[in-house]
Write a protein that binds this ligand. Structure first.
Ligand SMILES: [Fe+2]
Length: 137
């Protein structure tokens, strides 16, 4: 499966957001590695899925708090994108916990897509807003 490696081109310049993004990449990569290895036990894969899901939900909550605090004008749209991504993440996790084999073909495009697209578009816009606010303070 695609490996998930955070790259400096994904930096938003907001340390708190970037650190959490690196954390998401690390957990996604751990999951990819567990699936790829072919001999990870179901508990190991389950543990990876739990930790990734949990971290993603916490990350969105933290970002939403930042948006509120900074009165980010696009926060309603950004929040609804988070809701969509959370629902997708939970749907995939639920399939796994219902006994479906977690297929790399399901997981890789989803993770790669949202990680890159969301970071490089919405999160970057939020980071620019935060940076311009701190410059004008
Ligand atoms: Fe976001």
């Amino acid at each position: 499966m695609t490996r998930f490696v955070w790259e400096p081109t994904l930096a938003t310049g907001q340390p708190e957001i970037d650190e959490q993004h690196r954390g998401i990449f690390a957990l996604a990569d751990e999951l990819a590695e567990a699936i790829d290895s072919g001999h990870a036990t179901e508990e190991i894969v389950a543990d990876c899925v739990w930790r990734l899901t949990d971290y993603v939900i916490q990350h969105f909550a933290d970002e939403e708090q930042l948006m509120e605090d900074a009165r980010f004008p696009e926060r309603a749209v950004h929040r609804s994108l988070h809701e969509h991504l959370t629902a997708e993440t939970l749907r995939i996790a639920a399939r796994f916990f219902n006994g479906e084999d977690l297929q790399p073909a399901t997981l890789a495009p989803f993770l790669a897509g949202w990680l890159r697209d969301h970071i490089l578009t919405e999160d970057l816009r939020l980071a620019e807003h935060l940076a311009s606010r701190s410059r004008s303070e």
